[in-house]
Design a protein around this ligand. Structure first.
Ligand code: GLU
Length: 428
């Protein structure tokens, strides 16, 4: 019998924004889901969307209002889980897509979570520390009704860090009347954070990169790597690749692009960025002013580790790398995916490549619940095992079905989510 689904207006993409990209990815996986595709609409609409007003008093006495969001895309396999982003371009559609990618990511690596994401439309660089704290606390208070250690667990994302997680944990705990460390992950170690969490996303990019390289017969030692974004993900991934003997030949950040065909000194670059806030002005590198030229840089591995929609129809043809590791969420449009596949460029998708962060978030949450903390070796070993196993499973499905690693990751993940959905059944 034909089923008529009313589509809420906010679900219809007017252009190919992040939510539109996600919907197209779901359309590509649907034919591989067999009888479970009956439940596919579950994935095409978030379970719960909360839009909150976040007013704060600025240091000069004026009152400003920011728009905040928390979207719980799916909770079939466990509580919502995903970061909080502070960025001037945050929109509801973006947070919806990011929450949906968390559902897929958590299922792809098989951690017992659904997917969620939050954000505030603000440029945090325009705020003082006091203003940032007031905004974070007010936002946490507003989303307090839907978060919690067994409901939805936020974490860091673009422009949020362990200090912001500490404020979120404190605000939630003050409202609760008891210290609740499991409400957020990515906390400082002294507040129940996990060893290895800060490096985990970059480390996961490196681990999956090594797996992919092995399958392709590519040597990491001597490989030329280009990285877009030099934040927590890009910088750590670059450092690990450099330590393994690769040459980081180009780095692009929000300000500029620097290149050095002999390889950039990554520890020195990290120090420079900590002091100056950008890779601009780094010695022993050339700056290139044409931002788009970054995509044409001669390299073997390309790591987009910034924001969505960076690799698109207009630059996918220029890419020289043979391997792309998606450190960012949603950096490649479906049209670009097709071009890359045609050109035989292997893409390790975001939902696998950057899943190291949420994997160690899961370890942090488990450690908080048991109040028993693991060593860094133990954490890194477990992280590597989970990522390698997920990579192998996804590679196998991709080979067997002759589909991309992205679609294969979606097949595995969506099957898990929809099986849970079906077994739980509809209520009432
Ligand atoms: N924001 C990270 C991501 O996009 C981590 C989320 C988490 O640890 O919950 O995967």
């Amino acid at each position: 019998m034909p089923v008529h689904h009313e589509t809420p207006s906010y679900l219809t993409p007017t252009e190919i924004g992040p939510w539109g990209i996600y919907l197209e990815q779901i359309d590509r996986v649907a034919p591989h889901l067999g009888a479970l595709s009956r439940w596919i609409e579950t994935l095409k609409r978030p379970k719960r969307i909360l839009i909150v007003d976040v007013p704060i008093e600025r240091d000069d006495g004026t009152i400003v209002h920011y728009e905040g969001y928390r979207v719980q895309h799916n909770t079939s396999r466990g509580p919502g889980k995903g970061g909080v982003r502070f960025h001037q371009d945050v929109t509801l559609s973006e947070v919806m897509a990011l929450s949906a990618w968390m559902t897929v990511k958590n299922a792809a690596i098989n951690v017992p979570y659904g997917g969620a994401k939050g954000g505030i439309r603000v440029d945090p660089k325009t705020l003082s520390q006091g203003e940032l704290q007031r905004m974070t606390r007010r936002y946490t208070s507003e989303i307090n009704i839907i978060i919690g250690p067994t409901k939805d667990i936020p974490a860091p994302d673009v422009n949020t860090n362990e200090q912001i997680m500490a404020w979120m944990m404190d605000t939630y705990s003050m409202n609760q009347g008891s210290t609740s460390s499991g409400v957020v992950t990515g906390k400082p170690i002294s507040l129940g954070g996990s060893l290895g969490r800060k490096e985990a996303t970059g480390r996961g990019v490196f681990i999956t990169g090594c797996e992919a390289a092995t399958h392709m017969g590519m040597e990491i030692h001597g490989a030329r790597v280009a990285v877009q974004g030099f934040g927590n993900v890009g910088a750590i991934a670059a450092r690990l690749f450099a330590e393994a003997g690769a040459r980081i030949v180009a780095v692009q950040d929000h300000q500029t692009t620097i290149v050095n065909s002999n390889g950039l000194d990554i520890p020195a670059l990290q120090k420079h960025v900590a002091e100056c806030g950008s890779v601009a002005g780094f010695k022993n590198a050339d700056e290139i002013t044409d931002r788009s030229a970054f995509w044409g840089v001669d390299c073997d591995i390309l790591i987009p580790a910034a924001l969505e929609k960076q690799i698109c129809e207009t630059n996918a043809n220029r890419i020289k790398a043979k391997l792309i590791l998606e450190g960012a969420n949603g950096p490649t449009t479906p049209a670009a995916d097709d071009i890359l596949a045609e050109r035989n460029i292997l893409v390790v998708p975001d939902v696998l490549a950057n899943a190291g962060g949420v994997t160690v978030s899961y370890f942090e949450w488990v450690q908080d619940f048991s109040s028993f903390f693991w060593t860094e070796e133990e954490i890194n070993a477990r992280l590597a095992r989970i990522m390698r196993e997920a990579f192998a499973a996804i590679w196998e499905v991709a080979t067997e079905k002759r589909i991309s690693l992205r679609t294969a990751a979606f097949v595995i993940a969506c099957t898990r989510v929809l099986q849970a959905r079906e077994m739980r059944g509809l209520y009432p």
